[in-house]
Design a protein around this ligand. Sequence first.
Ligand code: 8YV
Length: 339
Amino acid sequence: MPDSRPDSRPDSAPRAVPATPRVLQVGPLKDSLAETLQAKYDALVLPSADGAERAGFLATHGADVTAVVTSGRTGVDAALMAALPALGAVINFGVGYDTTDVDAAAAAGIGVSNTPDVLTDCVADTAVGLLIDVLRRFTDADRYLRAGRWTVDGNYPLTRQVSNTRVGIIGMGRIGGAIAKRLSAFGCTIGYHNRHRVPDSPYRYAATPVDLARDVDVLVVAAAGGDGTRGLVSADVLDALGPEGYLINIARGSVVDEAALVTALQQGRLAGAGLDVFVDEPNVPVELLRMDNVVLLPHVGSGTVQTRAAMEALTLRNLDEFLATGRLVTPVLQPGARV
Ligand code: 8YV
């Protein structure tokens, strides 16, 4: 999961001001957010990429669009930015913005915002929930009971203790830190790998993911997605974790070599996995569906009523601030900060 980039670039001239500035919704959004965009901002909705209407829509409206509201599911690529010449800001519902081309945005002076902090607790809760579920096999034990096996086959097999395990966290940002704090209360020993060592961190730093994986029972992935972390959890990392090791991923599917993960699980080279995210959502490798030592969630990390309402409110604060002042409240990149 990404942290905000520092807003350190010098501002430059604003982009062209269209006759009728418009807000554009790109991709599906939470119902109440989409309704507010319609009712309060008279927002346009971009036709889906696979339909024939998109080119005509962009030819008619593209030059009027000053702000896009999107989510990590969809984002805005360089081609869409080029078709929106007056675009000043991409406002992202969600902390992860790996589907938006931030380099192209920076080059064009387009701002990008996300929704940090408000979802940290829920995503960290999800990581800990998955970890407990996978090690104690609660979901599988539930299946066992429902299938009537308790009465026929007797007690469920013994499982792996959670308290006092050694946990490695890849990505020690806000969410990684919140996971570490929770697991410290379980008596776990925490290590981490991060692009940079975190100053004053009480946790042991590992210079590489392999070094981290070698010394832990559970590896938790909490790093931002995108090109910088693609395949960071490689076959070598999974082998370092080993046949008694578990993988938890609440970040982005792209951070893990998913094919290598499937193979390692199939060959018993990994004890189990808890996954909230996948490379090609909502498609999940069919091999995983048949494994009892794997817990699979449909990307629900931040999915509570309270957290999604807070994400929606922060998304709208960014939009309002941009429309009123040309600035963003929680910028990844401020508008006009060209490189
Ligand atoms: C949301 C997320 O599911 O914030 C993120 O990066 O992955 C989740 O909180 C997502 O943003 C909704 O599209």
